[in-house]
Design a binder for this molecule. Structure first.
Ligand SMILES: *Cc1c(COP(=O)(O)O)cnc(C)c1O
Length: 376
């Protein structure tokens, strides 16, 4: 069986974990490996500040706390996304305003944002689906005009860029995930990028249970104390050690995934041209990270038959997301603004093919041939 996902593994992860335990004697948060990872993200992505977190979800939680919303304040986000994008803002009392996606990228339709803005709107959350950037110039211009915060859900977008800028560093906040299903992994983990220096200081406090321990450790204050709300959002240095092994080889992992993506895309080009299926579109100015390869079939029935066919051929394919506005919590905490033209219809048609670091040529060929046979 070809799995849908295999967690990335470079080979040096366990050496570094051992080093954290036996050499550094530092296994709690903010040890040497955490510092290496955050410095790397700041250098490589040009983030003002990048802080490792325990997950992409807690990175979003931190961004929601940093947004300082009042109950009833509104947050605009796509309905076609993972639940954590919404939960973070529901947790701080926000009213969620879901809008439709564009069918080419399955990203938030930037042309629908302005109509969804009310006097209570505070935040826009672009989700860079499949690691392909949202139309950030337009989104940032709308945010500036209406004085809104932009929180990028870049959980899938590590190493992707928009017009040369790393995803996660364009808005006020950017949230990454290092879950085992993402391009780089520490098991469970994530990071938040913060653009504003002042907010970065507050983020350090929120991440350290509401204390100014980070400033204390840098010698900026002579004792540390409880100064704000917060949580425990820093991961163990053992997990950071695991991630560091992969960040050191970020290019290698990225190139390998892009090879698989390109092999799929080439193999399915004729099917796409004949409009039997649709394949992902990468808009101009966007460089993606091959987080995902998906195809869209005719409808739910076609997709169900496709997944069954692939399973018979030993290939595991999966679908997502149940649109949030129709989920029980979505009904409770939000509303859909405008017309649901693509969110529900396209989420019923979409299927993801196996995609992970280290897929062999034989595995790629099996997936491609099984796919082509379905349509033959
Ligand atoms: C994976 C993911 C998250 C959550 O990340 P975790 O690290 O699993 O908490 C949030 N948003 C999107 C779009 C994701 O794909």
């Amino acid at each position: 069986m070809i799995d849908f996902n295999v967690p990335p593994y470079i080979g040096t992860e366990l050496d570094y974990v051992k080093e954290s335990v036996e050499v550094n004697h530092k296994i709690c948060g903010d040890g040497p490996f955490t510092k290496k990872c955050s410095a790397w993200m700041q250098d490589r992505f040009g983030a003002t500040r990048a802080l490792l977190t325990t997950s992409g979800s807690t990175a979003l939680d931190m961004a929601a706390m940093l947004s300082e919303l009042k109950p009833g304040d509104e947050v605009i986000l796509p309905s076609f996304t993972f639940s954590s994008t919404a939960t973070a803002f529901a947790n701080v009392g926000a009213q969620l305003v879901f809008i439709d996606v564009r069918p080419d990228t399955m990203n938030i339709d930037e042309k629908l944002i302005e109509a969804a803005i009310t006097p209570k709107t505070r935040v826009i959350v672009p989700v860079h689906y499949a690691g392909v950037a949202c139309e950030m110039d337009t989104i940032m211009a709308i945010a500036r005009e209406h004085n809104l915060i932009v929180c990028e859900d870049a959980a899938q977008g590590v190493m992707s860029t928009y017009k040369g800028h790393a995803l996660g560093t364009i808005g006020d906040f950017g949230c990454y995930s290092f879950h085992e299903t993402k391009n780089y992994s520490m098991g469970e983990g994530g990071a938040i990028c913060i653009k504003d220096q002042k907010l970065a200081e507050r983020a350090e406090i929120i991440r350290e249970k509401g204390t100014d321990r980070s400033r204390f450790l840098r010698g900026q204050v002579d004792k540390y104390t409880w100064v704000d709300k917060g949580g425990s959002y820093l991961p163990s240095d053992m997990n950071a050690a695991y991630l560091w092994a992969q960040l050191e080889h970020a290019e290698q992992i990225n190139d390998d995934r892009l090879d698989t993506w390109a092999a799929y895309d080439k193999a399915f080009a004729d099917l796409a041209a004949s409009e039997r299926i649709s394949t992902p579109v990468i808009p101009e100015g966007c460089v993606h990270n091959a987080h995902m390869y998906y195809i869209k079939l005719r409808d739910l029935e076609d997709r169900t038959a496709f997944i069954a066919h692939m399973r018979e051929r030993g290939v595991c394919c999966v679908f997502h997301y149940v649109p949030l506005h129709s989920a029980p919590a979505g009904l409770k905490f939000g509303r859909f603004h405008g017309k649901d033209v693509y969110t529900t219809a396209d989420s019923d048609r979409l299927v993801r093919l196996p995609m992970y670091y280290g897929m062999t040529d034989a595995d790629r060929t099996t997936v491609i041939e099984a796919t082509l046979d379905y349509f033959a």
